[in-house]
Design a protein around this ligand. Sequence first.
Ligand SMILES: [Zn+2]
Length: 409
Amino acid sequence: MSIVDKVLKRIDGSRDEMIEFASDIFSIPAIAPQSGGDGEMKKVQRILELVGDWGFDEVLWYNAPDNRVPEGERPNLLLKVKGSKEGLEPLWVFAHTNVVPPGDKWTSDPWKLRIEGERMICRGVEDNGQAIVCSLFALRAVLEEGGRPKRDINIMLVADEEVGSEKGITYLLDHHGELFGKDHLFLVPDAGEADGSMIEVAEKSIVWLRIKTIGKTVHASMPDKGINANLAAMRFLTMMYDELHDRYPDREDLFDPPISTFEPTRREANVPNVNSIPGEDISYYDCRIMPQYDPYEVLDHIRKRANDFGAKHHVRFEITTEQMERAAPPTSADHPIVKMIARAVKEVYGVEATAQGIGGGTCAAVLRRAGYPSAVWGKMEDCAHMPDEFAPIENYIGDAKVFARIFMS
Ligand SMILES: [Zn+2]
């Protein structure tokens, strides 16, 4: 039996251990402080406890200072295995350890992994626990079979991905840029299709807007004496919804969905009682904009339209950005990392994976903006951030095999 076959067989045999490992680490909430959590440190320490004797050559911390969490820092942990050949570019795998808050509508405890048929269910089991568990088990299987990757394999567990990555990948690029080379290979297993056919190489620009509408509070029976900020906001938000889609219509089939999206999302509570006219409304827009449009031009346009609308309806708008990320140039579909992924996916799943673009927001977008071509891949059901987030156990086994093949190539 070849070494590759032995490694794949070992991964098949590690099914129960993978579930146990997943259930252990996903029971620890790792939520960013701005989403009301205390960070990722406890989860990452637990991961290190579990993998400590798996044979990594180096374990290095690159923590970002952050006084909003009890430990005073946010963990970025590098687990490194040295390659057997000189002169090959290292391969990086980025997996983020933080998760989004569970939200409501869960049918069981979101921090207790539940198995239903062939599915594992709990917060983080897909986003981004699948990447953590599968990459670690893949490397472990290679090492346990006495194999050694040809190139250095660097698994980097990063913090802060769900809320902009300032303490995660961005911190690493700003403070430890010497780690990375332009010709290194970057794999970010943080998005994918249910059949494994998407290798994500491009992302849209992201603009998150906070739109504050200021009117005047009065008794609800006397609307003419005040200015209803709630009504003005609803009119403005729906008007802009249609207008923005019309103004930025380009379609490109590389992306899914193939158009720019402009979605009104969060609204903050206004008056607590029914019989007051709200004098203030705070609403949010999540915009994902095709790379050919300038996101700053979109923002200027929205501000200009807010001024026009405000003058007409006697309200004032304050529009600020919660996140503003310009899309980076796509990674070439012919880049070696894209080809390595496609080959491994074909071997493991029998699927032809192709280069595509998505709505954006993974570590790969940050890497690409800094000039490091990177590719995103996973076999995923796309239930990230939802209640009852799940992952098929088969995806864990299969993705670990894909990573193992990539590690050995
Ligand atoms: Zn993610």
